[in-house]
Ligand binder design. Structure first.
Ligand SMILES: *Cc1c(COP(=O)(O)O)cnc(C)c1O
Length: 391
């Protein structure tokens, strides 16, 4: 039977040569490839600083620490994301406050964020597991996500952050190459983060990057990812509790080689999404993903369709898998993950927008080298799963 995977990284001969060159040089850590990769990302995104590290999760974690987030603090965030965007809040000792998502945009709307912040200010919000209403000064900022590569309403988010004196961290781990409001994703707010796991637009194997225009954040995250060393670079001068979140030279060389063809990757992925959209238009009950009209250029991460209410998503998944088409219910809502449900006591009904979306989403195979013929096989299989064989 044929097998179409959910994702698949593209490794070129040039990528392989770049990694081999590092190995031949003998310098495999803390070297020039890291600096060059950082510069390439900073130029692509249009920010003053880029700091490479070991993962997207590490990037978000140290960014929150650099913003002074710690025990007792609260960060407003989205429940519809990969779990690490909430985990990093917990890692600092702070607590997440989830704003429900708009089923159309898949992110918390600016109105929802404003209402939630106003509610906190009026003493009308109590965190799950706490007895007293949340003290307004505990709400420090927002960590919000460009989900599936689609830009969130970032200009509005920035306005809200400024208006209420909150920080805004943009989790752009799924959106390298997306442009909105005339700027690149990652460049909004106080700082942004990218991730380079193999299913992302470009990969380093494992890796991540913090991007920011703020000198103070750049200096602090650089220290935090490198055992808390000071910026004199003195090997044995540690000025704070830090981590080893460094990336290595082979990974940085791979990332640098890959980002050199980011434009071509983004274009090719757009062509895949375009063909999917055309083929799906003739299948009743399926809604293709659509970025907001503030998106200038879409860099697709995954391709997640929504099925009409009343369609048994899990049965459709099984039928696709039986035909060798990998698919996944992207995402499982964070508040209902076993660990969050147990710790915070979230229960069904808490987030109606989130629940409606999560019951109906289906991620289809999506990667740069997905062929037309494979796309057609996937959409034919989906047609068959929903309505019997295509005519
Ligand atoms: C991939 C991803 C991350 C984390 O990246 P890792 O490199 O896997 O740690 C964080 N947030 C979102 C939204 C992601 O998709």
């Amino acid at each position: 039977m044929r097998e179409i995977p959910l994702s698949s990284g593209q490794i070129s001969d040039g990528d392989i040569q770049a990694v081999l060159a590092v190995l031949r040089s003998g310098r495999v850590a803390l070297g020039p490839e890291i600096a060059a990769f950082e510069q390439a990302v900073a130029e692509t995104v249009g920010v003053r600083h880029a700091v490479a590290c070991s993962s997207g999760t590490a990037a978000l974690h140290v960014t929150l620490e650099a913003l002074g987030v710690g025990p007792g603090d609260v960060v407003l965030t989205t429940p519809f994301s990969f779990i690490s965007s909430s985990n990093v809040i917990l890692m600092t000792g702070a607590a997440p406050l989830f704003g429900d998502i708009d089923p159309e945009t898949l992110v918390p709307s600016p109105e929802t964020l404003r209402q939630t912040i106003e509610g906190v200010r009026q003493g009308a919000v109590t965190l799950p597991g706490e007895d007293a209403p949340l003290a307004p000064e505990r709400l420090r900022g927002m960590l919000l996500v460009d989900v599936f590569g689609m830009p969130a309403p970032l200009a509005e988010y920035e306005r809200i952050a400024t208006e209420y004196g909150l920080f805004f961290v943009e989790d752009s781990c799924e959106a390298l190459g997306t442009r909105a409001f005339g700027r690149m994703c990652g460049a909004f707010g106080d700082a942004g983060a990218f991730a380079f796991y193999p299913n992302k637009q470009i990969t380093t194997g494992e890796g991540g990057m913090i991007v920011t225009d703020r000198d103070d954040i750049a200096a602090t995250v650089r220290s935090l990812i490198n055992q808390g060393r000071d910026d004199s670079g003195a090997w044995l001068a540690h000025v704070r509790l830090g981590y080893n979140y460094r990336i290595d030279e082979m990974s940085a060389a791979l990332g640098r080689s890959q980002i050199g063809r980011l434009d071509a990757i983004v274009d090719r992925r757009a062509a895949v999404a375009e063909r999917y959209g055309r083929r799906l238009a003739s299948i009743p009950g399926v809604t293709p993903p659509a970025p907001g009209d503030w998106c200038d250029r879409m860099s697709w991460f995954v391709y997640v369709v929504r099925l009409d209410e009343g369609i048994d998503r899990d049965a459709v998944m099984e039928a696709l898998q039986a035909r060798g088409v990998a698919c996944k219910p992207y995402f499982t809502p964070i508040p209902y993950q076993p660990f969050y449900a147990e710790r915070f006591g979230f229960a069904e009904g808490d987030f109606p927008g989130l629940e409606a979306v999560c019951a109906s989403v289906l991620a289809l195979p999506f990667y740069t080298d997905l062929s037309d013929e494979e796309i057609d096989y996937v959409t034919d299989s989906l047609h068959e799963a929903l309505h019997g064989a295509a005519g």
